[in-house]
Each structure stands twice: as structure tokens, then as C-alpha cells.
Design a binder for this molecule. Structure first.
Ligand SMILES: Nc1ncnc2c1ncn2[C@@H]1O[C@H](COP(=O)(O)OP(=O)(O)OP(=O)(O)O)[C@@H](O)[C@H]1O
Ligand SMILES: [Mg+2]
Length: 362
């Protein structure tokens, strides 16, 4: 990578770069057997994701370590891994971390969407070469699936259920027969056989569109693992605090919100997520990831607009845009919460929050 210090820094380098030193430490210490084609053993890969104090490896995913074990075992078989769950529960983060640990590369990624085509998944052609020399190896432009198979790496398929069914089904023969046909290629080399180390991690969000919209044939070729929201309040608060501080540091803010303010923020998110409070359940996503992004916005607002630290009142207008979006019912729920629920809590931060309800739009 070019290190040119006059250039702006990358906003978010891939996990294998962000945590290169941790991966190197784990590899040096790793004497356990590795599945063929893997860069680390299952134990070391798990330690990369959930942390290892002895080696100074940070905890990156908060949750049940047995989920990581099951995910890694699946990836060492010839079934794909499907991570499903509510939005913002760290499915994408988990797939990035696992890919970085298992094959040292998390960038072979297909972003699923309504307009995803087979070209973006498997391969396409360099048209000028195609015209001048026909369908040759040189004219072939491999997409993540073909590269993952040829190089023996993990391929990440984000939001797979947002893709049209026929596009999803292009994974069938790579997953079952471990081969991809490139019928246009002349000669005997029009089959790409997968090398050891190849497999697929897909993610699907239970809100956007049902996971049911996946053919039974493809479902059978994946093992499903559900990623749940963080159950414990203190654990979620710790995560939001750490992630917000890191995000704010990257944004040039030296003074993150105090823990007391973040405690109010996380409580509000959890109450609105569960819906067992004054306002009822929000339709918008009230995930941990959203809580982190509101904490980030709150810190930016306080620092760059006032040159200070965030107060609980700052949460209100940041939440209106980031969490309630343009949903009028959610805004009304948020307003009811601030009017009826917030005053029941003691302390200056809850008072602040209650008073700031006037900042809500509409
Ligand atoms: N259990 C968790 N462990 C670590 N980080 C978490 C956890 N839950 C949420 N987060 C936060 O959420 C962010 C990851 O969100 P990510 O985009 O991976 O979620 P997602 O499940 O893929 O969401 P979506 O369904 O919207 O794509 C992390 O960067 C972190 O800040
Ligand atoms: Mg995601």
C-alpha cells in the first residue's frame, strides 16, 4: 500500500489492515492444526474475533463465543455460512472479521441488492479485449466468486436475500460441486475448480426482506446462524462507549460524551427497541449500531458546534434524524417517551433529555 502521509487517511481500511499486528501475533503463536487452505487454526480465528488477553488481541465482537465456533466449523465443511438477524447486530462486521482471520482477506465481497447481476458475482469481460481477441483468459474479468474459488479464499455475500432469486442461484454449483463454468472460454479450461480454503459467508437481514425468499435448493447448501442483539445493558453500554470513542477520535474529536450521557442514550435505545415503555415499539431500527452512530453524531455536534462535551439534550435531535428517520409515528413515539418516561428517571441528564423534547421536529 502506498504510504503517502500528505494524503487523507483511509476512513476504514479492511479488517486485515486495521488489525494486521494482531493477526501476525496470532499466526506466530498458532500451533493448532488448520483446515486445508486456512491462514489460522479455528482457535486462533476465534481468538481474533472474541479477543485474547494473553496475546493482547482485542475483543471485536461481543456475543456468544460458541456462535463463532459453529460459524468456523461450518466454513471448514463444504456448506456455506449464512448469518441472519436483525439489522445492526454486527453480521457484516462478523463476516469481515472471520474472512480476515481465515484467509487474510475480507475484500472479496459481493454487495447484494435488487440490481445485482451475475457479472458482479462471478465474472465479466473486458470488452475491448473481447472484441480484439475473443473470449480468452486475458479478456476475462473475475468477480469475487471466481477469484475466491481460484485463489482458495472466503467470499462474502452481503444482504443476499435482496438479490433476485435467479442471481442467488448462481451459487448453487460453486457450493455443491465446487466448480464454476465459464462456457464462453475456448479450449479445455472453461471450468474453474475451487481450491482449498474457498467458501461463502452470506448475511441476510430479517427486516428488509424475508430470508424465505431464497430457493430451498440454495438454503440446503448453507448452515444458518442467528446473530442476536446484545442482551445485557452494561455490555451494550461498554461497546457503545468504546466504539463511539474510537469513531470520534477518527473524526478529530478529543472529548467523547461522558459515560453518564451514554448511559441515558443506551437506555433510551433499549426501551424503544423493546417497546415495553410509554411510546410503544419503534418501527425504525434501534440497534446497537444505530446507538453507536447517534453517540458519534452527538459527540461531533458538541465538539464542532460548541467546542465542548455532549449533554444528554444533544441526543434528542441526533436521534430524530438517525433513528426515527422520516417516520412520523416513530417521532410521535419518541416524543411520548421523552414526555412521559424520561421524567420518571432521576438525575440531571434525564432532566436535560426531557427538556430537549422541544427540539424534535414537527
Ligand atoms: N455484538 C456486537 N459486537 C460488536 N459490535 C457490535 C455488536 N452489535 C452491534 N455492534 C456495532 O454495530 C456495528 C456493526 O454493524 P453491522 O453493519 O455489522 O451490522 P449488520 O448486522 O450487518 O447490520 P445490517 O443488517 O443493517 O447490514 C459495529 O461496528 C458495532 O459498532
Ligand atoms: Mg450488514
Amino acid at each position: 500500500m502506498i504510504d503517502n502521509s500528505t494524503e487523507p487517511k483511509l476512513q476504514r481500511p479492511p479488517a486485515e489492515q486495521r488489525f494486521a499486528d494482531e493477526l501476525a501475533k496470532l499466526a506466530a503463536d498458532d500451533s493448532a492444526p488448520r483446515p486445508p487452505g486456512w491462514a489460522l487454526s479455528l482457535q486462533a480465528a476465534r481468538a481474533f474475533v472474541v479477543g485474547d488477553d494473553r496475546l493482547g488481541v482485542s475483543r471485536k465482537f461481543v456475543g456468544d463465543p460458541s456462535l463463532i465456533d459453529r460459524a468456523l466449523v461450518t466454513l471448514a465443511t463444504n456448506r456455506g455460512l449464512m448469518l441472519v438477524g436483525d439489522p445492526g447486530t454486527a453480521k457484516s462486521l462478523l463476516s469481515e472479521l472471520i474472512a480476515a482471520a481465515v484467509c487474510g482477506d475480507s475484500t472479496l465481497t459481493i454487495q447484494g441488492g435488487a440490481s445485482t447481476t451475475e457479472d458482479q458475482i462471478a465474472y465479466s469481460w473486458n470488452y475491448s479485449l473481447l472484441v480484439s481477441e475473443g473470449p480468452t483468459q486475458r479478456a476475462l474479468v473475475p468477480a469475487p466468486l471466481l477469484r475466491g474459488m481460484a485463489e482458495g479464499r472466503l467470499v462474502r455475500f452481503e444482504e443476499i436475500t435482496r438479490c433476485p432469486l435467479e442471481v442467488q442461484d448462481s451459487l448453487l454449483s460453486p457450493l455443491s460441486d465446487r466448480v464454476l463454468a465459464v462456457p464462453e472460454l475456448e479450449g479445455g479450461d472453461n471450468m474453474v475448480f475451487a481450491r482449498e480454503g474457498f467458501n461463502i459467508i452470506a448475511t441476510a437481514n430479517t427486516r428488509d426482506r424475508g430470508v424465505n425468499e431464497m430457493s430451498a435448493a440454495l438454503k440446503r447448501r448453507f448452515n444458518f446462524e442467528t446473530v442476536f442483539p446484545i442482551a445485557d445493558f452494561a455490555t451494550e453500554l461498554d461497546l457503545v462507549e468504546a466504539e463511539a470513542a474510537a469513531a470520534l477520535e477518527r473524526s478529530g474529536v478529543p472529548a467523547p460524551p461522558s459515560r453518564d450521557v451514554l448511559e441515558v442514550l443506551v437506555r433510551v435505545f433499549r426501551d424503544l427497541r423493546s417497546g415495553d415503555d410509554a411510546g410503544g415499539r419503534m418501527q425504525s431500527v434501534m440497534s446497537t449500531a444505530e446507538a453507536v452512530s447517534v453517540a458519534h453524531a452527538v459527540g461531533i455536534k458538541a465538539w464542532y458546534l460548541r467546542g465542548g462535551r455532549a449533554a444528554a439534550g444533544d441526543i434528542v435531535d441526533c436521534m430524530a434524524g438517525a433513528a426515527a428517520k422520516d417516520n412520523r409515528e416513530d417521532l410521535a413515539r419518541l416524543r411520548r417517551y421523552l414526555e412521559q418516561r424520561a421524567p420518571k428517571h432521576k438525575g440531571e441528564h434525564w432532566r436535560d433529555l426531557h427538556q430537549a423534547r422541544a427540539l424534535l421536529p414537527g
